[in-house]
Unconditional design. Sequence first.
Lengths: 455, 183
Amino acid sequence: MSAPAPGEGALPGGEPEPPRGEGDQGTRAYGFDTRAIHAGQRPDPYTGARAVPIFQTTSYVFEDPESAAAYFNLQEYGNTYSRIMNPTTAVFEERIASLEGGAGAVAFASGLAAQAAALFTMLTPGDHVVASSALYGGTVTQLKHLARKLSLELTFVDPDDLSAWRGALRANTKLLYGETIGNPGGNVLDIAAVAEIAHGHAAPLMVDSTFATPYLCRPIEHGADIVVHSATKFIGGHGTSIGGVVVEAGTFDWSNGRFPVVAEPSPAYHGLAFHETFGMYGYLMKLRAESLRDLGAALSPFNAFLFLLGLETLPLRMARHVENALGVARFLEAHPAVASVRYPGLAASPYRELVARYLPRGAGSIFVFDLAGGRAAGQRFIEALGLWSHLANVGDAKSLVIHPASTTHRQLSDQELAAAGVGPGSIRLSVGLETLDDLLDDLARGLAAARGTTS
Amino acid sequence: MTGEPRPAAARTEPHEADADRREAGTDPRYQDPRVIVATLRSARTVAIVGLSPDPLRPSNFIGFYLQRHGYRIVPVNPREKEILGETSYPSLRAIPFPVDVVDVFRRPEAVPEIARDAVAIGAKALWLQFGVVSPEGARIADAGGLAVVMDRCMKIEHARHLGRMHWLGFNTGVITARRAREL
């Protein structure tokens, strides 16, 4: 081991360090927009590249055997293998952690992979999870599969009913799970109240905040312990890449006796106790060094790069997304072919107070509305559109639309659709960044077709 | 990286240390990044009070890390002769050469005496690890002319400001457009 002088980086050629003392010296609390552009990256010392370089490499040459051993023993922060860490991906992780106000983050190959790993890190067979019944369908399916295969107990509750959350708690309840803005129902979670219920039971609250992004809501500020995102949506923002990320607040007490899987010595690391050794970073270290390593769903550095590009304009894009979404929702609300609009940002929404508290900058841009005419009207509506893209994604710069009854929920009867919160004439919109008048013009054409007339 | 290897009983009740911390309300000047960076950059010799010989203990992790980054560590542990290849001394006053930083992995009650010793041996800084919160100890060191850092981990702060903590996706809080010295 060649030891550099104290406090010094290993500069090639032993150049003297440039003088410190410049800048704010870590004393300034930078604003959200500044962090969306700068957090996580220091221009690299060898090239000075201003954009984040894409480190398209599987592995990293060790300085010497002692360093290699120190990295594998987690005694030193070092790169070993891109399934576990990558310098491009790390910039994305730190930037998201900064924007959410967390201790750190770990990125994954998809939102569902992120979610599975977050659960895998803290749960053991026999544990009980209480989850919102209004979650994204892919999450519901994942939770049910995990419950069956990992012998977890699972209870779904109406997320709007705080007494239901409380009433579902059991001695073995280890996690409460909800979405900031429900997909697709648009219900807004009372994060602080549910966090209080969770913490009263010495359990963490995990929140999927994909529809809000940290620009609209930062669940950790309201008491959530873990935030997961499908970065595929607004974070990337341009429909190019699949990815996910887990952010942890760093404040939950994993050594409270209920989470031996996090707190007790790990046989995989010669008996290292993650929470005691790494303190507020213990859960995140375990998530990376065990769950990501073992499950293997690593984000590619190229996708991390695209997500970083997305984050640089997140504040600008989200402001425009919510502005357009409100314009579309108001237009639909006033249209005779529309039976109802479930956008939580509307003044008539039952979630108005929760929106004011948790989403003061806007209630996102993904919501459902119901056509008056049922399943056939839904199909005619979709067929008449020329600017909205008919596909199964959300959170793109382009405006997106889907008719669940004829696509994702096609096999269900009308009764089964109703149980899923989807009507035969329900349409889900993801409002993009186009000129609002163009979006409304296209919707007017679809609505005329839905009523059986042409515009 | 956490505080002192807490006694076994306290380890099952970690709320105690948290409560101490809240009550004490660590003075922000004892967590000033300018003091932290200046201390890390000027120090050469770090006495680690309460250093454990067990390679899985947090104090040992930190001693190992500091050695890797070029600091000379001086174990202070009356029960050991040698830790991490360095002679272990029974107390700060028994160390026969000057030390720059006194890094403390002990219970808060033990800190005032350690702070008096740190002043007596002419140390330049008193550094209290995560969970080691002692306003009295801090005042003693401060009055003795020492820089004081409290309720912060020396390894994490080194890795945050001068090291590679950002490689693992942790939120270092560092925002800068200046070229780094190391990736």
